[in-house]
Write a protein that binds this ligand. Sequence first.
Ligand code: FAD
Ligand code: EPU
Length: 307
Amino acid sequence: MSVATEDANAVVIERDAPLSTWFGIGGRADRLARPSSVEELLRCVRMDPALRVLGDGANLLVHDDGVSELVVCLSDPCWERIEIDQRTGRVLAGAGVSLPRLIKATIEAGLAGLEGLGGIPATVGGAVIMNAGGKFGQIGDAVQAVHAVDRAGIEVVRDRREIRFDYRRSGLNELIVTSVEFMLCPSDPAVLKERHKEVMAYKKGSQPLAADSAGCVFKNPLLDADLEGIGARGERVSAGRLIDLAGCKGMSVGGASVSERHGNFIVTSRGCLAADVLGLMGRVRARVADRFGVVIEPEIVVWRRDR
Ligand code: FAD
Ligand code: EPU
């Protein structure tokens, strides 16, 4: 990796930079910037309006060839501020704040709304873009407003009434989220702590949390016909269960394998290629389609060179 400055106004650009993801594999960025102010971020947008944003890399597979667009990482401390108003329940968090850290802070402040998101590695920006969640709640339900920069380099605010949060969807993907306002409810910290503990225990018992993965690789599908023993038409069912019932657990391609603990987790080992993960996803998808007539779509974000 080399470091160079792209213009006189000094946004430092790292060349051929490694991209840190939870899969622990994948290619590099031709150019990477870590802006330390909104002004620097705006300069990055002007430099490359097609830039990509790297959060915690917990839902991301970078192709082995890496990416040519500028990658922006909001890891500077200026994106990691948390402001909590215990009286009103209003919380403001920078896009780079770690979600587990925010959850801990809001539980300690006696504010309810995020404790069900335990066990989800993310930055606040990445969690809101993906509307991260599960059976214990989704982050969109607690969002009051999103502050962001658009691709024309304009600062914008989206009120919750303008945001169409849906299953793993925010509709905000074209924006670069800079901070998020939450509205939480006063509650007893001891009760929240207990709830968080229960959620963590469920995740630890059912997911390979210690392995290298990006969580669930496929979205849970909506059934378009009744499926005996699985669910009724219109129901969203667990892709992990379908993968398990289709006998995919333990299947592998190169260094990628389907977790024995949860069928929707692909875990990687040393030397694994992004191409192995994609190859395995294709085989799992084909087997589920063959067995149940259900097509499962990727949940993870895949970055490919030149899109
Ligand atoms: P990244 O993976 O870095 O990026 C994801 C997408 O968000 C990319 O398109 C990226 O460009 C975009 N993005 C990131 N930050 C910004 C920003 N500031 N502005 C604009 N775009 C941005 N997910 C769930 O929903 N529920 C779960 O229960 C869950 N469990 C998991 C368990 C494990 C062990 C792991 C590894 C993952 C799990 N995931 C889960 C997936 C992952 O945690 C979420 O998708 C999370 O929201 C990803 O956030 P991130 O910051 O890592 O985003
Ligand atoms: N199941 C199996 N075999 C498996 C996996 C699951 O039989 O291999 C069964 C379980 O026993 C349970 C049911 O399927 O009866 C549902 O399982 P689980 O509670 O794990 O939920 P899921 O629908 O498979 C979703 C999210 C997870 C989230 C959990 C818990 C998706 C794609 N996945 O999984 O999110 O953590 O609920 O809230 O929506 C992620 O998005 O990355 C992720 C991990």
